[in-house]
Design a protein around this ligand. Structure first.
Ligand code: MSP
Length: 522
């Protein structure tokens, strides 16, 4: 079985923003966790490049749509490289193979009798690329999300017979676990309860899209085309553009991770399209919340958009990942606050984790010949830090499985806090001055180093860089969470108490986490 997970395919109308980085970072943590557990992972991200929004943006920039898409998708690729995102695919919907996958999929849906011609009248938001249901009566209505005027459309389109799937979709969304977090299920349920209406899947007079075979003048509606990008992305490099081939590479998806605004497309339209084509459904759709900044919506007009490339440059990967994953419950809305950002990074990572590791390994080196101290036989699983480690392990594994990154991060941190507390209580620096205490000091330092090692391993999916620096400082090998599945169980076994070898050399310590000093606003 392959664990296939996806980010949304990001529109290339603008350069990447913090919202896109947020989803991608969270998916990266999830992908790394699954690989460490021994799963074969296919982590898919990509760019959504067709449709009116992109066409207009390119026109405004005086570029051909293709040239525009090439430019922005290159920025995405570069950003994910700099963030060291471990995606296995970056699909672009302008990939020539994608067109063939869309055509083959459409042929199956058409053969099911689910494509009919109809007249589409309604108010359209180009920024959402979506018809809005409500404002039929209003004069000059605007999009509630984008606060921009809606455009009246009246055209003959091809429709997908979504209404035929009412019962199946109701049953699907009633399944616990399909839509997560559970709190998001209600809004989809209410939408479905109102009765599913057929939706148009083609546009006329829109050249920047994939032509609909057999229906001259029509191109596919951007969402019909984009959702299928998840399937095209499964293809390996030399594969022919064949739908069945693609599906055999890792379908169905284990989870689609998306923002709450596009839940309806993923939890209703997409499953119905797949049912129509006779294909298996994704196991889970996770809708996370929106980020604001210092209490305000981020937007160009407010000039308060956080650029993920700049953030990376000024603050580094660990700091940003830590803040986003540790402070905001994944699923809820979250507010980016600069002061809190630097406080958390400095307290949790530089002080609690960094200092604990640094001072313990300095003492161990000084008093035990630059090596891990010899632990006594009493160092078993009943040690208070062994118990804290076992508990942290359970919570971290469970949290990461459920995409509860915050509880996972907090549990890993709790272990470091417990180790620090233990160190302060035992005060080996004073004990060492007394006679006959060497064995006790050895045990105590061993226990703290062992807790640090387990903290580092638990952090590996969340903060791969910091985890690596911690493990190297402890003279340990570093599990590779980025490319291949770890042989089943290695990482899990390494999380067991007692794997740190007494007598193993301890390298000279250097700070594993620099403090974040942000004198200027970001
Ligand atoms: N192209 C579609 C997705 C197609 S998937 C087959 C799309 N693209 S998008 O670029 O507009 O949005 C991508 C994601 O960014 C969405 O999941 C959206 O929820 C998320 N975010 C946009 N602004 C955001 C925040 N301020 N905070 C968090 N996520 C945000 O929709």
């Amino acid at each position: 079985m392959t664990y296939t997970l996806t980010t949304p395919l990001y529109y290339v109308n603008d350069k990447p923003h913090l919202g896109s980085a947020y989803t991608t970072l969270a998916c990266d943590a999830l992908a790394r966790f699954q690989r460490l557990k021994g799963e074969r992972v296919l982590f898919i991200t990509g760019c959504d490049e067709h449709g009116q929004k992109i066409q207009r943006t390119a026109e405004a920039a005086g570029l051909s749509p293709q040239a525009h898409c090439d430019g922005v998708s290159a920025q995405y690729r570069e950003l994910w490289d700099r963030w060291q995102i471990s995606n296995n695919r970056l699909i672009r919907t302008t990939d020539p193979r994608h067109r063939q996958i869309v055509e083959q999929f459409f042929a199956r849906v058409e053969a099911s009798g689910d494509i009919v011609e109809g007249r589409q009248q309604g108010w359209y938001c180009v920024a959402c690329e979506e018809f809005k249901d409500d404002p039929h009566e209003a004069q000059d209505p605007e999009c509630p999300t984008h606060r921009r005027p809606l455009e009246w459309r009246d055209e003959v389109n091809l429709f997908f017979r979504l209404s035929r799937y009412q019962e199946q979709i109701e049953a699907l969304i009633a399944q616990p676990g399909f839509i997560q977090p559970a709190s998001r299920r209600n809004e989809v349920e209410n939408f479905v309860k109102q009765g599913l209406r057929d939706f148009s899947i083609s546009r006329v007079n829109l050249p920047w899209g994939i032509p609909v075979p057999g229906h001259e003048g029509h191109t596919f509606y951007v969402w019909f085309d984009a959702l299928l990008g998840y399937i095209t992305a499964l293809l390996e490099e030399g594969d022919a553009p064949d739908l069945d081939q693609a599906l055999s590479r890792g379908w169905p998806a284990s989870v689609h991770v998306i923002g709450k605004d596009i839940l309806r497309f993923h939890a209703v339209y997409w499953p119905a399209m797949l049912l129509s084509a006779g294909l298996p459904l994704p196991a889970k759709v996770f809708g996370h919340g929106f980020l604001t900044r210092e209490g305000q919506k981020m937007g160009k007009s407010l000039g308060n958009v956080l650029d993920p490339a700049q953030l990376l440059e000024r603050c580094g990967r660990d700091a940003v990942r830590w803040y986003l994953l540790r402070d905001i419950p994944f699923g809820d809305d979250g507010d980016f606050q600069q002061q809190r950002f630097s406080d958390l990074v400095n307290n949790d990572l530089a002080n609690t984790i960094g200092n604990m590791l640094n001072r313990t390994s300095s003492m161990a080196r000084r008093w035990f010949e630059n090596a891990v101290p010899p632990a006594s036989v009493a160092m078993g699983s009943d040690h208070q830090l062994a118990q804290a480690a076992a508990q942290a392990r359970t919570v971290v594994l469970d949290g990461l499985e459920q995409l509860e990154f915050r509880s996972a991060a907090e549990a890993a941190l709790q272990l470091a806090i417990a180790a620090n507390g233990f160190l302060n209580e035992q005060a080996p620096w004073s004990r060492m001055k007394q006679e006959g205490t060497r064995d006790q000091v050895a045990d105590d330092l061993y226990a703290v180093l062992e807790a640090a090692r387990i903290t580092a391993l638990l952090m590996a999916p969340l903060l791969p860089d910091l985890s690596e620096r911690m493990l190297l400082q402890l003279g340990q090998s570093v599990p590779d969470s980025s490319a291949t599945a770890q042989p089943d169980g290695t990482w899990l076994r390494q999380l067991e108490w007692g794997a740190l070898q007494s007598g193993a050399p301890l390298p000279e310590p250097s700070p594993v986490m620099a403090r974040l000093e942000l004198s200027e606003p970001l």
